[in-house]
Ligand binder design. Structure first.
Ligand code: EPZ
Length: 419
């Protein structure tokens, strides 16, 4: 298994292009199952999770052509297998996103129950309840969800708690259902809006994406499209923090600040200098004098849970005492004990952590436990004195495209050691 070795202390300087959003790419790939016409997706990130989803589509009979322009063409005319097997679903729970489209277009789906993961039990009851409300006959047994439906019918569905992939699964299913579906308390994430925009370009009739109530009028069929994936707001936030904590001066391009309004406001409160430089670019400077702030995670447009681990690093090297509360997942503090090994002064108190800023972090060997936790260890390594060796970096590769190459280009002393 690969490890990443970082010698901290370099101030990051230069320009970095942000990649396409992983959490927009995965539902977009699943949505291609809704049509027998060709779909072209561009600006997709080359990540392990994207490869897994492409593998899943391939296993179902899709013909995939990846082009050098970060694009992929999917032709689903040959799809004749409606199973998402355990070996794929267990590596990537977002595989459950093929269930809605498969049921809507083919009337059947057999999906391995996605297990829990490091950050929580990750139930899928809302996905199942929603599809049952749309008339699907769903049974659970020997680790699989088996679903059948002659044709789904429109339904009014209330989602509690807010669920991103639950909203996406039901949104996709509703596009071909007979009648009108109303999703209430729907997720408002930009990735949900991007999926809705793609579906509309395929002929779907959707209103309200980005608000808490999405209305879908089912149609008979959807046609192909050419869709450009939105930039990754979580990668953007990760690089903002990297520039801030290394006293750097970094220009991030091919990104969108509008998807990060609340986090950018929070980063500015800490003292990070962020200036929006025209179309899709932002300049981030770390001028020191950082002051830690209290915050809590919440569904969009609030502070994203996917930036919580990275935020703990920013607070750890900022002045003062702060409290960060995680409201989405029940076990998303696996990175805390690793950050403590690097000298961070963090204490877990229930679903909150209390952080006391320290003058410096000290490099040490640490272990990645989940995707965003591994990003926080990279950030801490960049700011720490001495060497940090991060193991189990396969977690990192699931969600960050070539992160060590991008950081190297900014002057970081970082390298991947392949065992
Ligand atoms: C999506 O996961 C993201 N993944 C996650 O990003 C992100 O952390 C999460 O949304 C929250 O923003 C993708 O988009 C592929 P949820 P998802 O359903 O959809 C509960 C990353 O690092 N819930 O919004 O699986 C659940 O337990 C990943 O890129 C139910 O109770 O998350 C949680 O407490 C990590 N029943 C809350 O809802 C359900 O049926 C939010 O989960 C579904 C969810």
């Amino acid at each position: 298994m690969d490890t990443i070795l970082i010698r901290g202390g370099a101030s990051l300087k230069g320009t970095i292009p942000i990649s396409g959003a992983k959490n927009a790419t995965l539902p977009a790939l699943a949505a291609t199952l809704l049509t027998s016409e060709k779909v072209h997706l561009s600006n997709i990130p080359h990540l392990a999770d994207v490869t897994t989803m492409l593998e899943l589509l391939g296993q179902q009979g899709a013909a995939l052509t990846v082009d050098e322009k970060l694009g992929v063409e999917i032709d689903n005319r040959g799809v004749n297998n409606f199973c998402a097997p355990y070996d794929l679903v267990s590596t990537m729970r977002a595989s459950i996103l093929v269930m809605g489209p498969m049921l809507a277009r083919y009337g059947q789906a057999e999906i391995s129950m996605p297990g829990g993961c490091a950050i929580g039990s990750r139930p899928v009851n809302l996905h199942i309840q929603g599809l049952r409300a749309m008339g699907a006959d769903i049974s659970l047994g020997d680790g699989y969800i088996r679903a059948k439906a002659k044709r789904l019918k429109g339904a009014k569905i209330y989602l509690e708690p807010v669920t991103v992939t639950g909203t996406e699964n039901l949104l996709m299913a509703a596009t071909l259902a007979d009648g009108v579906t109303i999703l209430e308390n729907a997720a408002r994430e930009p990735e949900v809006v991007d999926l809705a925009n793609m579906l509309i370009s395929m002929g779907a009739k959707i209103q309200g994406a980005g608000s808490s109530t999405i209305t879908v009028e089912g149609v008979e069929e959807l046609h192909g499209t050419d869709h450009d994936i939105i930039p990754d707001r979580i990668e953007t936030a990760t690089f903002i923090i990297a520039a801030a904590i290394t006293g750097g001066d970094v220009l991030l391009t091919n990104t969108q600040s509008e998807y990060l309004a609340v986090p950018i406001e929070n980063f500015r409160q800490v003292g990070v200098d962020i200036s929006l430089e025209g179309e899709g670019s932002m300049r981030v400077r770390g001028n020191g004098g950082l002051k830690a702030i209290d915050l809590q995670t919440s569904p969009y447009p609030g502070f994203p849970t996917d930036i919580q681990a990275q935020m703990l690093v920013l607070n750890s090297v900022s002045e003062g005492i702060s409290t960060v509360t995680e409201t989405i997942f029940e076990n998303r503090f696996m990175h805390v004990s690793e950050l403590q090994r690097l000298g961070a002064d963090i204490k877990i108190q229930g679903n909150s952590v209390r952080v006391r800023g320290v003058d410096k972090l000290i490099g040490a060997p640490v272990m990645a436990t989940d995707l965003r936790a591994s990003a926080s260890l990279v950030l801490a390594g960049l700011a720490a004195q001495g060497e940090t060796l991060i193991s189990r970096v396969y977690h990192l590769d699931r969600g960050y495209e070539r992160i060590e190459e991008k950081l190297l280009a900014l002057g970081a002393d970082i390298k991947r050691l392949s065992e």
